[in-house]
Design a protein around this ligand. Structure first.
Ligand code: SAM
Length: 286
């Protein structure tokens, strides 16, 4: 049975965004209804079920980490519509989902209700505006969020997550990678039912963070740079990659390709997305 605190305490460190006059304007994630992402899911993958299988592989590896330990509370930072709550909520006694887009937060609340996740709470708020207070969560999940925030917010979000984790708490980070030594920035939009991806510079990426034109700006992180940012705050425990486009090969009949390209010599060349699991060290071990 899941027990524990079911609601955040009144002094919750998570700031709520209402969009009321005098406050910051309401934020809308530009890919309404996830149309760009879901259309991309039909893209050039080796076989129709691959996109989902690859995702499940990555989530399963995270689950094996969680199952091996005992963690009381989860922060699902940038949890969107609550897509991952059914997968992860059962590992924790208390779950807080944080989402700055009000419609998506409302959707996540419906997931909480429909799935009877009485120990989960969805807050309307922004990872870049967390009012830090130490020692709160045992695990912070940040799944495909950092690629959509203004570039200057990435470090402050990692700081905020660090401040909100207990010592030995885990950061679980998913992000797309550039496979180059530098970050790349793209703007994705739909044209005639297909995703068109255009390279943009960092300034244009930042300008597009909020837009009503259905353009989804995405930052593809250099693995070294992103891991460097994580390493200045955390101890990286594990990394792997997932998802690789390209035609089916004979191998795909027998094994999920992600398993092969996570072999040590191959991993740096394959996989569009990076998953990092990192631990917050205690003051003396840092
Ligand atoms: C690609 S979606 C991922 C949603 C969810 N993590 C998942 O994997 O299904 C990115 C989410 O990040 C949210 N987001 C964007 N900027 C954010 C910020 N500064 N703090 C928290 N969430 C943010 C968006 O509103 C959106 O719901």
């Amino acid at each position: 049975m899941v027990r524990g605190r079911s609601r955040p305490t009144p002094d919750s460190p998570l700031r709520r965004h209402s969009g009321r006059p005098g406050e910051e304007p309401a934020y809308h994630y530009p890919d309404r209804d996830d149309r760009v992402v879901l259309t991309d899911a039909d893209g050039k993958w080796p076989y129709p079920q691959y996109w989902d299988r690859s995702e499940r592989y990555a989530l399963h590896l995270v689950e094996s980490f969680l199952a091996a330990g005992s963690y009381a509370s989860l922060l699902d930072g940038g949890g969107g519509k609550g897509r991952l709550l059914p997968t992860f909520a059962g590992y924790f006694r208390a779950v807080v989902g944080l989402e700055p887009d009000a419609e998506r937060a409302a959707h996540a609340r419906r997931v909480v209700e429909q799935r009877n996740l009485a120990h989960a709470e969805i807050l309307h708020g922004d990872l870049a505006a967390l009012e830090s207070r130490a020692d709160r969560f045992n695990v912070a999940l940040c799944c495909h969020v950092l690629q959509h925030v203004p570039s200057q917010d990435v470090a402050s979000i990692l700081d905020a997550i660090h401040a909100l984790l207990n010592v030995d708490g885990l950061l679980i980070l998913f992000a797309p990678r550039s496979r180059q030594s530098t970050d790349r920035f793209v703007a994705n939009h739909l044209a005639q039912g297909r995703v068109v991806s255009t390279s943009v510079d960092e300034r244009e990426f930042n300008r597009l963070i909020v837009n009503d034109d259905g353009i989804l700006p995405v930052r593809l992180f250099s693995e070294a740079q992103l891991e460097g940012l994580v390493r200045t705050r955390f101890v990286v425990l594990k990394r792997w990659t997932y998802r690789e486009r390209g035609p089916a090969t004979l191998f795909d009949r027998f094994i999920l390709r992600d398993r092969v390209f996570n072999l040590p010599l191959l991993r740096r060349h394959f996989g569009e997305n990076l998953v990092l699991v990192a631990r917050k060290p205690g003051p003396r071990r840092r």
